[in-house]
Structures are given as C-alpha cells and as structure tokens.
Design a protein around this ligand. Structure first.
Ligand code: 5AD
Length: 436
C-alpha cells in the first residue's frame, strides 16, 4: 500500500487511457495502485492511478512523452467535507436539504431534482447554508488565492448571428477591428511583465485568422514568454483544434451557454447543440484543459435547465466554468429581453462549486457589469478566478458582447479580492498601490 501522505493520483480521460497509462508506468517499474477517483475531480473516469511521491517526476515525464489521454496529476489528500451538515443550523432547514448536503458531504452527486431544489429554495436558512458550504468547499479544495488571468479580445468580427451577442454578424452598432500579430504580442508582453501565467485569446468566430496564423502567434507567445494559453475562439474543425493544441495551446474555453437544446437552438440560429457537444469532446480528446460555462436568465430558461448545465459540466470533466448573467445587448434580437438576476447567478456559482468541486470558477465580467460588487460577491460564493480585460484601449469599447460591459483592470480586481478577504497570487510582479 502506497503511503497516504505522499500519494499522487493520475486522472485520465477514459478507462482505456487509464489502463494504458497504468501499463506504461508498470512496464517502467513504477508501483501503481488503482483507486476510485475522488469525487472532487469530476466524473470523467471513475478509476485513477495512485503512485508514490518519489515516482511523480518520472511518471509525469513518461506520460508527457507518450501521447496518452491523461488529464491531471495531483497530490492526493483525502478531503472529506465532514462537518458540512454539522455546521447547519438544523432548526432552519428541511429534511430534504439536509439529505442533499449529506450526499455532497459523502462525495455523491445529487440528482437533477435535488440540484434544482438548491437553486430554487427560498428558505433563508438554506440559502445561507448553500453559500457557506460553497465558500468552505472553495477554501478546502482550491484555497484562498484568487487566480488572475489576462484576456485579449483580439477580433470582434464574427461569422455567426447568435441572438444575444453584441458582436454578432450584421450588428450595425459594432465597429469592427482585428489586432495584428504584433499588437497581440505587445499585450501579451504587458501581461507577462505583470507576472501573469495565463493569457486568454478571445475573439468572435473570425475566419480571417487561419490556423497557420494562430500557430505563429501561439509559438511566439510560448517562446517569448512561456505563458499558458487559453483559446476562446469558438467552433473549429477537429483538425484545427489539433493543430492549435500541437502548437502549444493549453486550454480551450467553449461555452455551451445552455444545455436545454430548444433554448440552445433558439438563441444560436447558426449552431447545432450536438455539434457543440462534439466540439467539446474533441477538445477533451486532444488533451486541452476544457472550459465551458452558461448564461443565467436566458429567455425561457428554468432552474431545472441550470441544474442540467451543472451536471453537464461535471460529466464532461470541465475544469473552468464561466457563469454569467444574460445581459441584453443593443442592436440584437434580444435587445428588449429581461436580464438575468445577480442572485440567481451567484446561487448557480455556489451550487456549481458544491457539485463540481475542484474547478476554476471565474467571477465573471458580466456579473461585474450589472453589479459593482458582483465580483467580490462571486468570490464569496465559491468563485476563485478573475479575468483582467487586456484589450488595447482603442479597441475595448468595440468588444461589447453585451451593453455596458465592465472593464476589469488590475485595480478593480485587487479591490474585489480585498473586499472578499482573499489573497493575491504570489506570481504577480505588481503591488496593489502601483495598480491604482
Ligand atoms: N449577455 C451575457 N453574456 C454574453 N455573452 C455573449 N453575449 C452575452 C450577453 N448578451 C457571453 C457568452 C459568450 C461569452 C464570450 O460572453 O457566454 O460565450
């Protein structure tokens, strides 16, 4: 038996990949043990490989050298959320609520109906308990540091006409721009100088940037800064995703927006729900760290749909989940629709933390755009990441995917972190005073 305190655990994308990885490690005389995947790592593969701490570096090298679908390697500590139930004020909660939290405490996944209950309950004692439990879960599993990432919105051209989106094709309110390779690199260098470790390259679905052009940009970022790269550029072919992955892109953010297929098809006239899911699966197979997310308050959306979204994130092993309110954008077919509520968005963030556990949950820009304290509220509800908008000033105002989009800069990020009583990452080269 491998000693518990020095155990590492390797999580793979499927049972067959896991067995291949296990065979490889054993053939190199690494002692392995197959263990149930702890519930905080999602449901991507129910069995994982445990190895001893001494073998970690060698095992990692082998896994990287062989193209195996391994997802993550982690120090394994048993983190039972004991006391979640004990901390509840029992006079204010129902038996059903107690049972649901009990399941979460034991590492079981509640049903869609139970998750819906958490999203819908109006019992004040239960609402408080949900936020407290999510905050505890966040602290226990991802700690107090708020990850800071920089996003460069490098083009607002888009070939699609999503009904909610302010940069949809044909939206006349929008002045279009594209950033050159040099302009993108200049912004990346600014983020690198601040000490940031990850840059997000986001755009509309713009065919102008071919995979070859993006490969050049990715390679330059890698060589010149070594930063991790998240792409958020929509639906591409499997080959294109593969080319970009091989060039060095690490993460891919492709939101599902909603798992209710009628709503999905209604809001995305150019898209097909099953194809979107297929893209997400390709990304997973290609070894990207997968990001997704949804909008809260879409026309016709019910709490049941949000519960289904959360189960989708869990089942797909999604690692970054951006949850934001729907905000009507000028010049779009949804211009006069009601916007999503701050309360429901925060509730969805908290419940997602409780169900998906070990994930990156950004305090989204959309939330900050409709509530000046939205980001610190999200950080207190289970979120642990902030994205700085690092698009050059002259372009920023044109990336209005929704109206009155807030511009998250370092000063506002620091304020949210401070208001939430949390910590800035040590890798930042800049101290808060300089940023204000
Ligand atoms: N309201 C809220 N979020 C929006 N997005 C796009 N348009 C809107 C809107 N009107 C979000 C979507 C998209 C991301 C880039 O921005 O979730 O994936």
């Amino acid at each position: 038996m491998i000693q518990n305190q020095e155990r590492y655990i390797i999580i793979c994308y499927s049972t067959s990949e896991m067995l291949k990885a296990d065979g490889l490690l054993r053939s190199m005389e690494i002692k392995t043990e197959l263990v149930p995947t702890p519930s905080e790592f999602g449901e991507i593969c129910s069995t994982s490989i445990a190895i001893s701490g001494e073998d970690r570096d060698f095992a990692l090298k082998l896994l990287i050298e062989h193209p195996l679908g391994y997802k993550e390697i982690h120090r394994y500590q048993s983190r039972k959320m004991e006391g979640l139930i004990r901390s509840l004020k029992t006079n204010r909660i129902t038996a059903l609520f107690r049972e649901i939290i009990g399941k979460i405490e034991q590492g079981k996944t509640p049903t869609k109906g139970e998750i819906t209950y958490l999203l819908k309950t109006e019992n004040q004692g239960e609402i408080e308990a949900i936020f407290n439990a999510a905050d505890r879960m966040r602290k226990e599993i991802v700690g107090d540091v708020v990850e800071i990432r920089g996003a460069i919105e490098f083009s607002n051209y888009c070939r699609k006409s999503c009904n909610y989106c302010g940069i949809r094709k044909g939206c006349e309110e929008t002045q279009r721009y594209r950033m050159s390779q040099e302009e993108i690199l200049a912004e990346v260098h600014k983020l690198h100088a601040m000490g940031l470790k990850t840059v997000i390259l986001q755009s509309g679905e713009d065919d102008y940037y071919t995979a070859e052009m993006l490969v050049k940009i990715i390679k330059r970022i890698k060589i010149e800064t070594g930063m991790k790269i998240t792409l958020s550029i929509g639906e591409l072919s499997r080959e294109q995703y593969q080319t970009l992955r091989e060039a060095g892109a690490n993460h891919f953010l492709l939101k599902i927006e909603t798992t209710n297929r009628e709503i999905f098809n209604f809001i995305h006239p150019d898209d097909d729900f099953d194809h979107r899911v297929q893209c997400q699966k390709w990304l997973r197979e290609l070894g990207y760290v997968n990001g997704s997310g949804n909008m809260i308050g879409l026309p016709g959306q019910r709490p049941e749909d949000i519960a289904e979204d959360i189960l989708y994130f869990k089942e797909m092993g999604i690692h970054m989940i951006g949850i934001g309110p729907f905000i009507p954008a000028k010049g779009t077919p949804f211009e006069t629709c009601a916007r999503g509520s701050v309360d429901m968005t925060l509730r969805a963030v908290a419940v997602t933390r409780l169900i998906c556990k070990n994930v990156f949950l950004p305090a989204t820009t959309a939330l900050a755009s409709i509530d000046p304290d939205g980001q610190s509220k999200a950080l207190k509800a289970g979120a642990n990441t902030i994205m700085l908008i690092s698009t050059p000033m002259k372009y920023r105002s044109n990336y209005q995917i929704y109206s009155n989009k807030n511009m998250i800069d370092l000063a506002s990020a620091f304020k949210a972190v401070e208001d939430a009583g949390r910590k800035l990452p040590k890798y930042l080269n800049i101290i808060p005073e300089e940023a204000v």
